[in-house]
Design a protein around this ligand. Structure first.
Ligand code: JHZ
Ligand code: SAH
Ligand code: ZN
Length: 407
């Protein structure tokens, strides 16, 4: 029997995406045969509303000294985190002396860089030491450890309590959410603020963006489930701020109960979630059917292009693409290569499906007829950058919210 990671209620998978490798487990040809697989199967908890994976590989299998995702690869995300930091400085730091900010999963320093440059006391907690090194080289104070209650106690002993605890695309990665919430409640000052953002369940259901489901994302949050999970540890939602990043995210603002006024956004969004049916099993049955439709549409399109002798490549070897290629059974027979700007991924093969990952220059030199946009969440930035591809007659394929050729 599997139990909800938050409240202990019995949970069961409503579908399975099958055997999956580590989403960022890019491998070299001599590593074929030694890949780790687990069953990627999501469930919804009726007790507390938390959407979660039945099984997740151990954190150390995903986050280590060779972690393949470097946050600063997107220009747009750099601007986004500059704005996020600006909001914290304005909304939380105003009127405080020497405010102290802690960021969980600070990666290469994409957000903390802004606090460092403005001269604020800061600390990054980043277990993947290769990406943490990039931040440290820029003078951003970072420790390479997994955040939990024990580490929170160490941080407080050394640096004192925090005015703000932040994270982006990290909270939904940590399986022991009760340990993390207890750690944050301990770390924060009595009037401190917790702000974090992650891909939003409401957007994933609306767009059938099932590729948000992969090993790292052990949870897909909603306002309802976050309110319940952190409420167990004395923290309450004081604001909910929808974001357009990563295909639809939510920024959750929480604080010790009773310490801050509550924005009307909170009840408004919680009501919207009920109206969308995020608490109902039928919603997940429909999502499953939509995933199956998306898979057959995408495979059908790629096969027909192949039959017409067209050259199709993938654009951006994202974590999300591991779910798409493995669930749909898309290998080098249908996609010649995937181009990606991250050096650590180049020259490797995609996890499970073994499509070669090539440097971005390969895409520029040998432009294909069609490019399957795996980084659909960065479409605005990428379309702007790739005007030559379009001008040469190249076409984009997308699969969110529907499979099709972008006109
Ligand atoms: P991108 C990762 O997801 C993993 P991924 C993680 N679990 C998460 O939640 C989010 O990030 C935050 C390439 N690229 O951002 C670079 C280009 O090649 O959608 C990267 O390899 N050209 C923490 O991996 C990849 O895309 C470009 O122009 O799904 C990043 O993909 C751009 C913009 C990106 O995240
Ligand atoms: N905030 C960045 C990075 C997201 S990548 C952004 O939005 O782009 C997710 C990061 O969380 C990884 O770098 C990973 O090493 C880190 N992480 C995973 N588990 C963690 C934990 N328990 N505590 C702190 N960071 C963690
Ligand atoms: Zn639960």
């Amino acid at each position: 029997m599997t139990c909800c990671r938050v409240c202990g209620t019995k949970i069961e998978a409503f579908m399975s995406f099958g055997a999956m490798p580590i989403a960022n487990g890019f491998l070299s040809p001599d590593e074929i045969g030694g890949e780790y697989f687990f069953e990627l199967a999501p469930a919804f908890c009726d007790g507390c509303g938390m959407f979660q994976l039945i099984d997740q590989p151990a954190p150390e299998k995903m986050f280590h000294e060779n972690y393949a995702f470097y946050s600063s690869t997107s220009r747009h995300m750099q601007t986004h985190f500059k704005d996020f930091a600006g909001m914290v400085i304005q909304r939380v730091f105003a009127g405080r002396t020497d405010p102290f900010v802690v960021e969980l999963g600070s990666n290469d320093g994409i957000m903390l860089r802004n606090f460092k440059e403005a001269g604020y006391l800061h600390l990054g907690v980043e277990p993947s030491s290769n990406v943490a090194d990039v931040a440290r080289e820029q003078g951003i104070r970072t420790i390479s450890e997994f955040f939990n209650l024990e580490l929170a106690k160490k941080i407080v002993a050394e640096h004192g309590h925090a005015d703000a605890v932040l994270s982006a695309n990290v909270m939904c990665h940590i399986p022991d959410i009760n340990g993390v919430a207890a750690g944050i409640a301990y770390l924060l000052k009595k009037d401190g603020v917790l702000m974090f953002e992650d891909p939003y369940l409401g957007s994933m259901i609306e767009k059938t963006s099932y590729d948000q489901i992969y090993d790292e994302h052990v949870f897909i949050f909603s306002g309802t489930s976050v309110g319940a999970a952190f409420g167990r540890h004395g923290l309450e939602l004081i604001d909910l701020l929808p974001q357009t990043t990563h295909g639809g995210s939510m920024r959750y603002v929480l604080a010790p109960k009773g310490s801050h006024p509550i924005s009307p956004n909170v009840s408004m969004i919680l009501e919207k979630e009920r109206a969308q049916g995020l608490h109902q099993p039928e919603t997940y049955a429909a999502f499953k059917a939509n995933c199956e439709q998306s898979r057959s549409d995408l495979v059908g399109l790629l096969r027909s292009l192949k039959e017409q002798g067209k050259r199709v490549v993938g654009y951006a070897a994202t974590s999300k693409s591991t779910t798409v290629t493995n669930y749909c059974g898309i290998g080098p027979d249908l996609i010649e290569y995937i181009s990606d700007t991250t050096p650590i991924k180049q020259g490797k093969l995609t996890p499970g499906t073994h499509i070669p990952v090539k440097p971005y220059e390969t895409f520029q030199e040998k432009m294909p007829d069609y490019a399957l946009l795996f980084a659909w969440n960065h479409a605005v930035e990428i379309f702007e950058k790739e005007q030559i591809f379009k001008a040469k007659g190249g076409k984009w394929i997308t699969f969110v919210p529907q499979v099709g050729i972008v006109e």
